[in-house]
Ligand binder design. Structure first.
Ligand code: AMP
Ligand code: GLY
Length: 424
């Protein structure tokens, strides 16, 4: 089969590396891809947020058998609907289901209506009313811009002054663009966080192995929120008891709720959860694979990924047995100096002799005059498996030292957190 993967980040490189292993795949295409993906797939230079242009390209190409839509924007814009309406097979939720990520106001309302545990909240599109509320609410408080903001539209405010300033930045100064026209003001929760991703065809749910992201830019979870600076898998505190609770109280009710709303969800549903003293609660939903969670999940997948994708599209996920390797996997993101704020691009990347079993997931990389250069904030994901997280992280850090570019920075503490929490 000829398979087109939409996207250009580290996550897409991980998806492509997994698809490459499938005996069913004849040829891979990536729209738009990056310098690393170019080694595994033919790059297609079409703006994937222009759903009509993507549809036109697939029509004209004529021999694409399957398209995998990975990023949030094209999903929210209805790329899967567009491709299906033209008779093509595409993996990912339709627009009316992708809203579970695209609108925090929608997802909070869904959870309230169906009794799915989450932080209590109020939604505002009127600045004056929001200010009035924040003047009296409990502190700390969390502010979330309603729309997609690349994981950056969330402010954790430790003081009332910070919260009031944050509201003004979101609603008046449009710091996160139009995403801030509507703001969710949410109760602050405490506890370890885990990313639980699941494959679902709207009928059957098959959870993937768990992972933990590191969203802040700097060590010890300091600095600004980013798209994710590194991950490890599995979460040590998430055993069978947690899996049962999350399936019964969160995953199954969410999939049923989406069906009841007439928005059946087919694809990867990402549950960002916090283990609070009152049990697991939903911090966020995503309608797609996480980045950089995918980089530590897919290397552990033993089953053919294309087979899973096809089963989801055909609504026969119940027929597929999904198997995972034992052990652990760690991904360390090498970022451009300044990320997640302003950073420079075009810095030459030098990669030394990496261990054979290290997996490099390219994110913001490009080729310029035969040289590998940076082209984004998150540049590379250095990933390795090991018998436990410690072994995997040692390998990752030893290999990260063999890579350099001007301004490169990375967190030194990926894989350390939650060690002190008892294993379940
Ligand atoms: P989100 O984009 O909604 O996942 O939020 C980004 C990060 O902010 C999360 O991974 C959490 O670490 C933190 N966060 C979000 N909501 C809350 C909350 N209600 N209480 C505490 N931390 C939160
Ligand atoms: N790593 C978080 C996300 O993909 O949204």
């Amino acid at each position: 089969m000829n398979v087109l993967v939409i996207g250009n980040g580290g996550r897409e490189h991980a998806v492509i590396q997994a698809l490459k292993k499938s005996p069913k795949v004849t040829k891979l295409y990536a729209m738009k891809g990056n310098a690393g993906i170019a080694k595994d797939a033919e790059l297609v230079n079409v703006d994937y947020c222009n759903v009509k242009a993507v549809g036109d390209w697939v029509d004209q190409k004529g021999d694409i058998d399957f398209t995998v839509v990975t990023p949030d924007d094209p999903l929210a814009l209805g790329l899967v609907d567009e491709l299906e309406s033209r008779g093509h097979r595409a993996f990912g939720p339709k627009k009316n289901a992708a809203i579970i990520e695209a609108s925090k106001a929608f997802s909070k309302e869904l959870m309230k209506k169906y009794g799915i545990p989450t932080a209590s909240y109020e939604t505002f599109d009127d600045y004056a009313l929001a200010v009035e509320y924040v003047k009296k609410c409990n502190i700390p408080v969390v502010l979330k811009a309603d729309g997609l903001a690349l994981g950056k539209g969330v402010l954790i405010c430790k003081t009332r002054e910070e919260a009031l300033q944050g509201l003004a930045e979101m609603m008046l100064d449009q710091k996160f663009g139009s995403a801030g026209n509507k703001v969710v003001v949410e109760e602050f929760l405490e506890g370890p966080e885990v990313s639980c991703l699941a494959f679902t065809d709207g009928k059957t749910i098959k959870p993937m192995i768990t992972s933990c992201d590191h969203k802040r830019a700097l060590d010890n979870d300091e600095g600004l929120n980013t798209g994710g600076m590194g991950t490890f898998s599995p979460a040590p505190f998430f055993g069978e008891k947690s899996a049962k609770e999350v399936m019964e109280k969160i995953m199954q009710p969410t999939v049923s709720a989406m069906n009841a709303e007439g928005r059946p969800f087919k694809g990867v549903l990402y549950f960002g959860l916090m283990k609070t003293k009152d049990g697991y609660k939903v911090i966020e939903y995503n309608a797609r694979f996480g980045d950089p969670e995918t980089q530590v999940i897919l290397p552990m997948l033993k089953t053919d990924l294309l087979e899973i994708f096809e089963a989801i599209v055909d609504e026969r996920l119940n027929e597929v047995e999904i198997e995972w390797e034992k052990g652990a996997c760690v991904c360390l993101v090498l970022a451009s100096g300044g990320y997640p704020e302003k950073y420079e691009k075009g810095k030459e990347i030098v990669i030394g002799d990496l261990d054979k079993d290290v997996i490099l997931c390219h994110a913001g990389t490009a080729e310029k005059d035969g040289r590998l250069v940076t082209s984004g904030g998150r540049v590379l994901g250095v990933c390795a498996k090991g018998e436990d997280v410690e072994a995997a992280r040692n390998k990752v850090y030893a290999n990260a030292e063999k890579i350099c570019f001007d301004g490169m920075y990375y967190r030194k503490d990926i894989g350390i957190k939650y060690r002190e929490i008892a294993k379940e």
